[in-house]
Design a protein around this ligand. Structure first.
Ligand SMILES: Nc1ncnc2c1ncn2[C@@H]1O[C@H](COP(=O)(O)OP(=O)(O)OP(=O)(O)O)[C@@H](O)[C@H]1O
Length: 448
């Protein structure tokens, strides 16, 4: 498993208000930055991207939850990160070289070493020969190169960038972006991970190994997935444009259920991709369907949330899950129960489990695969790690764990399998279904 450099655990940010309500900027969020990754963070304006980034760097303390640097609380340990800002933030009265050296000076490095390191870094970012210039003599692109040199000269383990290219013209931005990527890929950069906050969807898809999209009010992760398209990435490739469209949908429909990740999510060899299972419990899904029946089978999702005194964020995953299972459909904010959903809501528990089982196997690739894998094993057991590894290709570590947790809760409820948490193994359930001997008999008979 890749080394975790920074890990945020249930971090939140809120601001007190004179009135009784506080402003919640970031809802409880888990997020890790691992070695070797470029992570892009997207989100609508005001969704808390900068706030989240500042907490991850240790610049700002979370209101609740904790951030760890190499698994130690970030506040109590030395953190080696740098930030590149949109506005360059250079000292206008210092030369290029002095700007880069300033940060080394602040760290108490001697003059010789400072000079050596800063000249080398200026060379790396293409500013050889400009060391004596002042920022005002430079173009925007050159100034941002100084910004990069200054951030990189301290050899940060994680390089953070807050919209680093958005103050530049299109061509300059494009040029700097591809140079940065080249340096990263050649392993010329003295850094182990890059975290970039951006407004630009294409920029994220061009650069990132992993993309996180925040929703608003409060800021929370709406999707978090890996991109494994090979470099150089082609903006016109179908896989690329499908990803751009998907992110665009997530960004522009903040209140709708998160759409399905397209197959293009890095899928160079047309492997099947996993849909992101909404984190909802079967009991919650059953509860929602029963309420919909009471509401004559159809209701506005916001009104439902209001009636139930639910936060919309808590209700949406349940609606998504019921939709994924074919128990309801959503149209223009209205959730309408389907005939299967109605049957489910009106049935007793055993029949409910049966309907859930069929819906889950028909609609959820991961559950189908777990069931198949168990059927092929003579001991009827499969290690969780096996599925962890395949999911991990597509989702971040946190999301992989959440996906497994949801799959286990659905699979157990539907009696598709059992799960031994101590041994991390899926097992065929002690089941109501035919035992293996019975299956064998059925097979023999059908084979005749
Ligand atoms: N001191 C504060 N008190 C109250 N609210 C604040 C405070 N600081 C920030 N906010 C709010 O937090 C929210 C998130 O701000 P943040 O700058 O992190 O968002 P962002 O996604 O980076 O936005 P943008 O893309 O516009 O830069 C905003 O709605 C902002 O108004």
């Amino acid at each position: 498993m890749p080394e975790v450099l920074i890990r945020a655990e249930r971090v939140e940010k809120y601001y007190a208000q004179p009135s009784e309500n506080r402003i919640q900027v970031i809802a409880p969020t888990d997020l890790s930055i691992v070695k070797g990754e470029i992570v892009a963070l997207l989100g609508p304006s005001g969704s808390g991207k900068s706030t989240l980034m500042r907490m991850l760097t240790g610049l700002s303390a979370p209101s609740a939850g904790q951030v760890f640097w190499h698994e130690k609380p970030i506040a109590s340990t030395d953190v080696n990160v740098s930030i590149v800002f949109q506005s360059f933030a250079l000292f206008p009265w210092l030369t290029v070289q002095e700007n880069v050296e300033a940060v080394l000076k602040a760290r108490g490095m001697n003059a010789d070493e400072r000079r050596k390191r800063s000249l080398k870094m200026l060379d790396t970012v293409g500013l050889d020969g400009f060391q004596a210039a002042y920022p005002k003599e430079l173009s925007g692109g050159m100034r941002q190169r100084v910004g990069f040199a200054r951030a990189l000269v301290v050899e940060p383990e994680v390089l953070f960038m807050d919209e680093p290219f958005s103050a530049l013209d299109v061509l300059t931005a494009e040029n700097l972006r591809s140079e940065l990527l080249e340096l990263w890929q050649n392993k010329t950069l003295p850094t182990q991970a890059i975290f970039i906050v951006t407004h630009n969807i294409e920029e994220a898809v061009l650069l990132a190994d992993r993309i996180i999209v925040l929703g608003r009010n409060p800021g929370r992760v709406r999707t978090d997935f890996k991109v494994t398209l090979t470099h150089p990435r082609n903006r016109k490739a179908v896989a690329f444009t499908q990803l751009v469209d998907y992110i665009y949908k997530v960004l522009t429909q903040p209140d709708a259920p998160t759409p399905q990740l397209p197959n293009a999510a890095g899928d160079r060899d047309a492997r099947r991709t996993y849909q992101m299972l909404p984190h909802a419990r079967p009991g919650g899904i059953a509860g929602l369907l029963e309420i919909l029946i009471d509401h004559e089978g159809k209701d506005d999702i916001y009104k439902l949330a209001d009636d139930l005194a639910f936060e919309i964020d808590d209700l949406l995953p349940i609606v998504d899950a019921a939709q994924l299972l074919g128990f309801l459909t959503v149209n223009e904010g209205d959730a309408a129960i389907t005939p299967t959903g109605t049957e489910f809501a009106n049935s007793e528990i055993l029949r409910q489990k049966e309907l859930f089982r069929t819906a889950a196997v028909d609609n959820v690739l991961l559950l189908r695969q777990i069931v198949r894998a168990l059927e092929t094993k003579s001991d009827g057991e499969v290690a969780e790690e096996f599925f962890h590894d395949v999911l991990d290709e597509q989702f971040s570590e946190e999301e992989t764990l959440r996906q497994l947790e949801t799959a286990i809760s659905w699979g157990r409820y539907a009696e598709l399998f059992d799960f031994d948490a101590a041994r991390h193994r899926f097992m065929q359930p002690e089941r109501l279904h035919p035992a293996p001997e019975e299956l064998a008999t059925v097979d023999t008979e059908s084979g005749e």
